[in-house]
Design a protein around this ligand. Structure first.
Ligand SMILES: Cc1cc2nc3c(=O)[nH]c(=O)nc-3n(C[C@H](O)[C@H](O)[C@H](O)COP(=O)(O)O)c2cc1C
Length: 183
């Protein structure tokens, strides 16, 4: 059994999402004692505080998956220079009811990919602000603002040769960060 279980939260519901492809590819760079599971966020209702004491089954499922995880990996697009609403919705759901924040204390890493020039830099800064409030210790360096271009992935869905060294180093630092926090 893997010693470190990581919940992967992808901020895009798009079928051919670059960020989902990135999430699928980068986990192959992790050591065998790490396992990764993408959590589903597309079936969550819109957050409504009236439902805090009667959360939907999909919300309970999300919270249980986060609570069971040793660490978190966020891989998100940038929408209008911030994070997509579906990701904020998931963050809000699992932070409530007040006093029952499922995210608290889980070590995290943040990645994002975009065809745009700044590679999700602004979305990641917004996300980091939210993660800080949610008491999620988040790897600061290296940052990973991934510019989507031909060759980012190879034909088998692995990280392409040009980005392999950079993203292997990112994963190595992330692995060390998680181990440091899961003593
Ligand atoms: C509503 C919307 C807003 C967007 N805003 C930005 C943006 O602010 N910055 C950016 O780099 N790309 C932006 N894009 C383009 C996305 O980077 C692009 O659609 C990307 O493929 C989304 O990630 P995904 O492939 O993982 O779904 C936007 C796309 C949509 C649909």
């Amino acid at each position: 059994m893997s010693q470190y279980r990581i919940a992967v939260i992808v901020g895009s519901l798009r079928r051919d999402s670059f960020n989902r492809q990135l999430a699928n590819a980068i986990v192959k760079l992790a050591p065998p004692e790490f396992s990764f599971k993408q959590v589903q966020i597309g079936d969550l209702p819109l957050y409504n505080q009236d439902d805090d004491e009667n959360q939907a089954e999909s919300v309970k499922r999300l919270k249980n998956e986060i609570i069971a995880a040793d660490g978190l990996l966020f891989v998100t697009p940038e929408y209008n220079r911030s994070i997509p609403g579906v990701l904020k919705n998931a963050l809000d759901h699992a932070s409530r009811p007040y006093g029952h924040n499922a995210w608290a204390g889980k070590p995290a890493g943040v990645l994002g990919a975009s065809p745009g020039a700044i590679g999700t830099a602004m979305a990641q800064q917004h996300l980091r602000s939210i993660l800080t409030f949610l008491d999620i210790p988040t790897l600061g360096q290296p940052e990973a603002f991934i510019h989507v271009k031909d060759g980012l992935f190879d034909g088998a869905g692995n990280i392409g040769a040009d980005s392999k060294e950079f993203l292997q180093n990112w994963m190595d630092q992330y692995v060390a960060w998680v181990k440091q926090h899961v003593a």
